[in-house]
Design a protein around this ligand. Structure first.
Ligand code: HEC
Ligand code: HEC
Ligand code: HEC
Ligand code: HEC
Length: 251
């Protein structure tokens, strides 16, 4: 969906957020979600109307709405994933992933940077060579340097890097007021669980800090899983996943 159409939806529904993730991020409770759903449906109808008037034809159907189904949601506090998953969010905020942009700044990790032939005085915070692994969804609908809304939502290595773009699976969750959706349904809507292949998109030899530079950067999936994601809580409505390292432990 075009940016302008999302803006129209956000504004039309009377929400504070006018960015492209506004529709989902504003879902405060299920009761609200239902009311909002009606408003959104009206706004969608309007947006589709605008689209059709704008395009000057009725035949092709709105491709913009189809495109929206793979959108990212963002992890900005009070808006995205972090709003409903506080335990995970609070620990993530303190983790290396939750602060992955800090080390791109000048004066940070000077010795390490020198060893990797990087300039410790240089500011790498907007460097396209670094952002792909130090932000969320760079060039995939997430982080955009210089766009303050996208920066707020997608800075650092956030939830959706490991769990997949949230727009679609949040749509599924919204349809179940008692949260009793089937796991297969959210998985087919894009939910992921930090599999090894996901980690290795960044923890690989293209990183300036790789096992060749220093064996301490070698990526050991199981060890790193325990060290590096976030605090895990017991799910109320769903059994642990059988086919994975379920990381929740009783206190
Ligand atoms: C291919 C992905 C990738 C790219 C590209 C990348 N990084 Fe990283 N970076 C990582 C990963 C993964 C780590 C964590 C390594 C570890 O601790 O095992 C990391 C860690 C770091 C660290 C901390 C090192 C330490 O010892 O604590 C700094 C500083 C850093 N990166 C800077 C940069 C800069 C500057 C750029 C751009 C020139 C960049 N990175 C590009 C993936 C990447
Ligand atoms: C989008 C890129 C990206 C993905 C995907 C990613 N990481 Fe990272 N990871 C990083 C970066 C960048 C750092 C270093 C941040 C820093 O210190 O500046 C890091 C740091 C870490 C650290 C801390 C390093 C240490 O030695 O303390 C752990 C642990 C870790 N990652 C585990 C994982 C695991 C497990 C996965 C998959 C489930 C994963 N990461 C997926 C980019 C990524
Ligand atoms: C570096 C990868 C990574 C990042 C980033 C990440 N997660 Fe996770 N998350 C995981 C893994 C791995 C699991 C365990 C999955 C399993 O065993 O099936 C998990 C599990 C979960 C669960 C299930 C319950 C639990 O606590 O285990 C929730 C909810 C969750 N994450 C939410 C979040 C939220 C919200 C964020 C952002 C604040 C986030 N995650 C960021 C990797 C990640
Ligand atoms: C409106 C609240 C809400 C938002 C926003 C939300 N979630 Fe959830 N999520 C839930 C609930 C409720 C559950 C089910 C918890 C249970 O079973 O007890 C859940 C479950 C999960 C699980 C476990 C799935 C499984 O198979 O067991 C993960 C992982 C997760 N969410 C990640 C995310 C991520 C990432 C985002 C942002 C893109 C997000 N959530 C946004 C409410 C939310």
């Amino acid at each position: 969906m075009q940016q302008t159409e999302w803006n129209r939806l956000g504004v039309g529904a009377g929400q504070q957020s006018t960015h492209n993730a506004g529709l989902l991020n504003c879902m405060e409770s299920h009761r609200f979600a239902i009311r909002f759903g009606i408003k959104a449906a009206i706004a969608l109808g309007l947006a589709a109307g605008f689209w059709m008037v704008g395009a000057g034809e009725w035949s092709a159907g709105p491709p913009a709405i189809e495109a929206a189904r793979t959108r990212m949601m963002g992890h900005a506090p009070k808006l995205g994933c972090t709003k409903c998953h506080k335990a995970q969010a609070e620990s993530w905020l303190k983790s290396a992933h939750g602060n992955a942009m800090e080390n791109l700044k000048p004066g940070k990790k000077t010795e390490e940077k020198q060893k990797a032939d990087l300039d410790p005085k240089k500011d790498y915070s907007a460097d396209p060579d670094c952002l792909g692994c130090h932000t969320t969804g760079y060039k995939e609908g997430g982080y955009v340097a210089g766009n303050s809304v996208k920066e707020q939502n997608f800075a650092n290595v956030g939830c959706e890097t490991c769990h997949g773009a949230g727009g679609d699976y949040q749509e599924v969750k919204k349809r179940y007021p008692n949260d009793d959706w089937a796991r297969e349904e959210i998985v087919s809507a894009g939910m992921k669980y930090g599999d090894k292949e996901i980690c290795e998109k960044c923890h690989n030899k293209d990183s300036p800090f790789n096992a060749e530079l220093d064996p301490k950067y070698a990526f050991d999936y199981k060890g790193m899983l325990k060290k590096g994601t976030h605090k895990h809580t017991k799910l109320d409505k769903h059994a642990p996943r059988k086919d994975s390292e379920w990381l929740y432990k009783e206190d």
